[in-house]
Write a protein of this length. Structure first.
Length: 483
């Protein structure tokens, strides 16, 4: 068997700037894409490993991934699309296609890139060749996606720790279709809901129980090959917003697939009021009050509005400014991304006192930087990122040359910093990773403004398809197949 494989993964935040260019992608072509599979724990690695284990011949296309950021430039999207479809066009007869996609990409002038790509692939391979995709849990499912691909497998954990396993599931789905000569379709129901990851961690109710229902549905119903919830990505202004359930199986069992999808959607919708923040969430000052009163350390506070792992610029200094106004000393801020400030620190060197214009004090266009005198404690390159550790009024601040996800406390440790030395640790993140949680005496969400504001009702949407929960809490809806 000959199966084409590839990867195009980007989660696009349309509220942040600048746009995402081709240079922002970790991109490989042709046989080089398999370099991303050696020891890889992301979905493309799972796809390739499973298919290789099964002895199929792999036809490589393109591999492209970028950190969550602004809308993808049109030229970059077209480059990636052509890098996938051209090898498929030139490959000759194929038995199947297996792709790793995110599902919430947004390109300039193309509001449904995954649907557009899959439609182009379907046109090339014809109706009989099965197409299966691995997706992020926060994919935004569209009609074009379900019309073009036969089946999908999505992450079932948040934070995402089953990415590799999801790739394996996608490959297994494709192999089952091919081995059985099956005609497989996906039934989809879209719910008018907006939901952020901070409200839907997989080990917290109600998501924990809903994911268990997904697993039971698949294991107990022979006619269902796969089922998943897709939660969408709220920090994009798109007409495709929804929370979705997808159920895949043979076309001849379509009635059973629809019944299962409706049951799963009804269960989700009936529990919509239960989706609260998975970590106690308060305005910033209240978080700081709670932290200072807590008897143990460290208290980890997530600056949720400036979360780079959801696409924010990571350069807001409003929290640091508030720490200074309140004269807090026993605090660490990780991190503020500002290349110019970092260059200033490097030019003056360790031990110097430097005058910085750091980041910006608010998310508003034209916002002023925070002006402060900083003392440079250390200059270091960590995981390929130039970094400075400074103190500003006895507050320790990590400054980086570019946006850095702080999922893993190892980044802080490599700078010679110990979290337990601080009463308050400010993390530019959304949900706090398991690695940080193990070190925390207490964890809190600060409801801060920014490009990743986790209050769905305050996001300035202009393109929602209809009124959605929780913007309209009185909305009435009934399950039906809609995509």
């Amino acid at each position: 068997m000959r199966i084409a494989v590839g990867c195009m993964m980007h989660e696009s935040n349309t509220f942040t700037l600048p746009q995402t260019s081709m240079t922002d992608f970790d991109a490989l072509w042709a046989e080089d894409i398999f370099l991303k599979c050696d020891g890889s724990k992301h979905p493309f690695g799972g796809i390739v490993d499973k298919l290789k284990e099964s002895g199929v011949t792999l036809v490589p296309t393109f591999y492209g991934r970028a950190m969550i950021s602004g809308t993808v430039e049109r030229e970059a999207y077209e480059t990636m699309k052509n890098a996938i479809i051209n090898p498929i066009r030139e490959a000759g007869p194929l038995d199947g296609v297996c792709l790793a996609l995110h599902g919430s990409m947004f390109a300039d002038g193309v509001e449904d890139p995954e649907g557009d790509l899959l439609a182009a692939v379907r046109e090339l391979v014809g109706p009989a060749v099965p197409i299966v995709c691995a997706l992020d849990m926060h994919a935004t499912i569209t009609e074009s996606m379900t019309a073009s691909a036969n089946a999908f497998a999505a992450y079932r954990t948040a934070p995402h720790v089953d990415t590799y396993e999801t790739g394996i599931r996608a490959a297994e789905l494709l192999l089952s279709i091919l081995d059985g000569g099956l005609e497989v379709v996906t039934e989809c129901i879209r719910m008018p809901m907006l939901l952020c990851g901070e409200q839907s961690e997989s080990d917290v109710s109600p998501m924990k129980e809903l994911l268990q229902l997904i697993r039971e549905t698949v294991s107990e119903h022979l006619n269902i090959m796969s089922a998943d919830y897709l939660l969408g990505f709220p920090w994009a202004d798109t007409p495709h917003h929804s929370v979705s359930v997808i159920v895949a199986g043979e076309r001849r069992h379509r009635d059973d697939l629809r019944d299962a999808a409706e049951l799963l959607a009804d269960n989700f919708w009936q529990r919509r009021h239960q989706f609260q923040y998975s970590t106690p969430a308060y305005p910033l000052d209240q978080c700081l009050d709670i932290a200072l009163e807590h008897p143990a350390r460290p208290v980890l506070i997530s600056d949720t509005g400036d979360n780079p792992t959801a696409g924010a610029s990571e350069n807001l200094t409003l929290v640091l400014n508030r720490l200074m106004e309140r004269e807090l000393e026993d605090a660490l801020v990780a991190v503020i991304a500002d290349a110019q400030a970092l260059n200033t620190c490097e030019a003056e060197g360790v031990g110097a006192a430097v005058h910085l214009e750091l980041g910006k004090l608010s998310p508003r266009p034209g916002a002023l930087p925070l002006r402060a005198v900083a003392h440079v404690l250390a200059l270091q390159t960590v995981t390929g990122v130039r970094t400075a550790v400074v103190t500003i009024r006895k507050i320790t601040v990590i400054i980086t040359e570019k946006r850095v996800p702080v999922y893993d406390p190892e980044f802080v440790k490599q700078l010679g910093l110990r979290l337990e030395d601080y009463k308050v640790v400010i993390l530019k993140t959304g949900y706090i990773s398991h690695e940080y949680q193990r070190l925390a005496a207490l964890k809190l969400f600060a409801l801060t403004p920014g490009d990743t504001n986790i209050d769905m009702t305050s996001i300035p949407y202009t393109r929602l398809p209809i009124l959605m929960y929780p913007i309209d809490t009185s909305i009435r809806w009934q399950a039906r197949t809609t995509c």
